[in-house]
Ligand binder design. Structure first.
Ligand code: SF4
Length: 214
């Protein structure tokens, strides 16, 4: 029998309490000290691992310490500085364009609304939700590869499109938990619910998961 919305909501509350026990300190896996650094680190993380980005950013943020340094960077030099994160030409162009727009239209500050964030070059809903949730206490649902895989397996969506998944998760996860839930999904995706061989036998959610997609 098809699970109703209220049954899904009840199930997710149980999942959240397991997550609370197993991943009490789940947090953003990108290193950053301010909203600008997270905005840039998230752009670098496209098609790249967070671990790799965290290797690149300490030197990067030392060399380009503020929005002006990025906005007026030499594009070829910036490309070299971020080359190891892949897609470095596009990323360098977007980072420079993004920082120029921050200066021209937002007084050099990272804006605090989804609408404004989405206007910045290289910024999509994933980046915007991450910045809103982790820097501005405005919880957002960050749909990355882990959220996509786990929410399908756990039966909270049947979509692959990130925005549709975001909407499905918004319906069942209590809003104050949105940001934390997504960090916990990342932890769970790495610990048990891996892409290739999920460890369902030992998974602490196996009594709450229909194991879809496995
Ligand atoms: S039971 Fe399996 S599919 Fe479900 S969350 Fe756990 S590891 Fe993933």
């Amino acid at each position: 029998m098809k699970e109703t919305l209220s049954q899904k909501r009840a199930r997710i509350l149980q999942i959240l309490s397991v997550f609370e026990e197993v991943y009490p300190d789940a947090d953003c896996t990108l290193d950053f000290k301010n909203p600008l650094e997270l905005l840039i680190a998230t752009q670098l993380a496209a098609q790249c691992t967070d671990a790799r980005v965290n290797q690149v950013t300490p030197r990067l943020f030392q060399k380009y310490p503020d929005v002006y340094a990025f906005a007026y960077a030499d594009e070829l030099e910036l490309q070299e500085d971020i080359r190891s994160t892949g897609f470095f030409r596009n990323k360098a162009r977007n980072i420079i364009g993004c920082c120029r727009m921050l200066i021209d239209e937002f007084e050099g500050e990272v804006p605090r609304s989804m609408e404004e964030l989405l206007r910045l070059p290289g910024v999509g809903r994933k980046t915007a939700n991450l910045v809103l949730g982790d820097c501005f206490d405005t919880p957002g649902i960050v749909v990355d590869t882990h959220a996509t895989r786990l929410s399908n397996r756990m039966g909270f969506t049947t979509h692959k499109d990130p925005y549709k998944i975001e909407l499905d998760l918004q319906k069942v996860v209590p809003q104050p938990r949105w940001a934390e839930f997504c960090h916990q999904l990342v932890n769970h995706g790495r610990a048990y619910c891996m892409a290739r061989k999920p460890d369902c036998d030992n998974c602490p959610l196996n009594h709450l998961c229909p194991k879809k997609g496995v």
